[in-house]
Design a protein around this ligand. Structure first.
Ligand code: CA
Length: 225
């Protein structure tokens, strides 16, 4: 695998890098946050090992900014000297996939990285329909370069439609996935969510993506698809 190691402690970076390279992995190094972010946004890594405490921007900020970028679905294993639940939670909130507290064993780090990469390969992290992108880990949505703010129900609706795209999802299926066995009596609630989602994702000058098929359901994709 192709790994980016972002660690400002030179000895630790050298030890870790040598250990991984001896096992056939290819390692790039960054000793500060900005270099790390630049490499992470421009190279296609299989995984990133990210130290929390870094000069420039720290590991949390780096991870957050990475998750907002186009290459933001790469697995991140965060390293830290701080062993508190609060730091661990902050790491996961920033989008880290796994976490190790220093000092850690090198073989453990290696197997955890392998597990992250296997998981990432088996599971899509990003859903895309045309220029619309939903990041399933951070729940952020972009259309082109524009970041969209969606409420939870609209986000859920978008995910349902994106997973089925370019296929049609029937109204009944959408209702079942949103409300389970107890859908609202009228279809006003669903129509309200569809309206709000449409307002959020469509914009003048861009191709329309959310289509209503009367008395059938909804479909996401280009008009002609
Ligand atoms: Ca450090």
């Amino acid at each position: 695998m192709y790994v980016l190691l972002v660690e400002d402690h030179a000895d630790l970076a050298a030890n870790l890098g040598e250990f991984l390279e001896a096992r056939g992995e290819v390692v790039d190094y960054a000793a500060d946050g900005l270099t790390g972010l630049h490499l992470a946004s421009t190279q296609a890594y299989d995984a990133i090992v990210l130290d929390l405490g870094l000069p420039g921007i720290d590991g949390l900020a780096l991870c957050q900014r990475l998750r907002e970028s186009a290459t933001g679905d790469v697995p991140v294993l965060m390293l830290t000297a701080r062993d508190t639940e609060q730091h661990k939670l902050a790491g996961f909130e920033a989008g880290a996939d796994d976490y190790l507290t220093k000092p850690f064993s090198l073989p453990e780090l290696h197997v955890r990285l392998q597990a992250l990469v296997r998981r990432a390969r088996g599971r899509p992290q990003l859903l895309r329909v045309e220029d619309l992108v939903l990041d399933l880990r951070t729940h952020s949505v972009r259309r082109g370069d524009r970041r969209l703010a969606l409420r939870p129900a609209e986000l859920r609706l978008l995910e349902i439609l994106m997973r089925a795209a370019p296929g049609v999802v029937t109204r009944r299926d959408v209702e079942r996935q949103l409300w389970g066995d107890e859908p609202p009596e009228s279809d006003a609630a669903l129509r309200g969510h569809v309206h709000a989602l449409r307002q959020a994702i469509e914009a003048p000058g861009l191709p329309r993506l959310l289509h209503t098929l009367h008395s059938v359901g909804y479909r996401l994709g280009r008009e002609d698809a």
